[in-house]
Design a binder for this molecule. Structure first.
Ligand code: NDP
Length: 295
């Protein structure tokens, strides 16, 4: 069974991005810039934001983290986004989710200039993705990272049956739409399952490529997988594990031990899809810079 090593691919990608950032600087005297807004004190979000800033620095990009208190008004947040929309040093804007309940996430998504929406959440970017204009949009980072993994591991996708479990706007829906596109790393027949799907194993057992993005620890078991399938695990779930120092550990939506006896290739958790997401965010920021500078 082949392990699809997202950690290794993300490191390769960061090296490639570093080279691209250097040539952007040589050509224009400027570097790509990413602004990350965080509202409130959610510890997991703070870790993500710190990691993004650290990785930007490693590859030579400019980054700024704007920390706002949990009681920030929606108006103030939208004003901050408007300033970043017109800031020439900033090519990518990301608002870390989750946001406090009094803030309308969709209004925030709509406020970001689609040309700087490196998360790919704006309806203009999602719409262009659905229409297949991938060179003129930002693809949301997790599905984009999965595409990159499938490509770098030369996974045969043309005409295959891809089953995506999960239909969120940030993972499941863009993922399924990407797999439907006529690209070298997609071109699949696609089925989407969700919480109202009757008999999910009936569908997953037909998958040549199975992508699980539901947030339920070890939901996909060996009996739900077709022998030889390629299994991509997006889930990040923390479960109790008294044998570890912290008493918990991270697992995916797929029962790795069981499914690895059936699948031909799999992404592990951690070290699979997760590290790719941040790398693709930086790739989108680089693309934004290149587009805005006519490169
Ligand atoms: P959401 O909670 O937004 O969506 C989950 C989806 O799974 C929904 O469509 C839901 O169905 C479906 N679902 C939930 N339970 C079941 C079930 N028992 N059977 C079938 N379908 C089910 O999650 P996200 O898409 O944001 O994230 C999914 C997982 O991926 C999480 O573990 C998250 O932490 C992880 N993640 C990982 C990333 C990475 O970089 N590796 C990035 C983003 C997310 P319905 O629509 O009917 O409610």
């Amino acid at each position: 069974m082949l392990i699809i090593d997202g950690k290794k691919v993300s490191l390769d990608l960061k090296n490639e991005l570093q080279t691209s950032v250097e040539s952007c600087k040589a050509l224009t005297g400027k570097v790509p810039g990413l602004a990350v807004i965080i509202v409130g004190q959610d510890p997991a979000s703070q870790v993500y934001v710190r990691n993004k800033a650290k990785t930007c620095k490693e590859i030579g990009m400019f980054s700024t983290a704007i920390e706002m208190p949990a009681d920030t008004t929606q108006e103030h947040l939208l004003d901050t986004i408007a300033k970043l929309n017109s800031d020439p040093l900033i090519h990518g804007i990301l608002v870390q989710q989750p946001l406090p309940k009094h803030i309308d996430e969709f209004a925030v998504t709509l406020a970001i200039d689609p040309a700087k929406d490196v998360d790919g959440f704006h309806p203009e970017n999602l719409g262009r993705l659905v229409m297949g204009h991938l060179d003129k949009c930002f693809v949301s980072c997790t599905p984009y990272g999965i595409l990159e993994l499938l490509g770098r591991y030369n996974i045969d996708t043309k005409g295959k049956h891809c089953v995506v479990v999960g239909r969120s706007n940030i993972v499941g829906k863009p993922m399924a739409n990407l797999m439907l596109q006529k690209l070298p790393t997609t071109n699949c027949t696609v089925t989407i399952c969700h919480s109202a799907t009757k008999d999910i194993p009936f569908y997953t057992r037909q998958a040549d490529i199975l992508i699980a993005a539901i947030g339920q620890a070890k939901f996909i078991t060996a009996d739900m997988v077709k022998p030889g399938a390629v299994v991509i695990d997006v889930g990040i779930n923390r479960i109790d594990d008294p044998s570890t120092k912290s008493g918990t550990r991270l697992v995916g939506d797929v029962d790795f031990e069981g499914v690895s006896t059936v699948a031909s290739a799999m992404t592990p958790v951690p070290g699979g899809v997760g590290p790719m997401t941040i790398a693709m965010l930086l790739k989108n920021t680089l693309h934004s810079f290149q587009r805005q500078n006519g490169l």
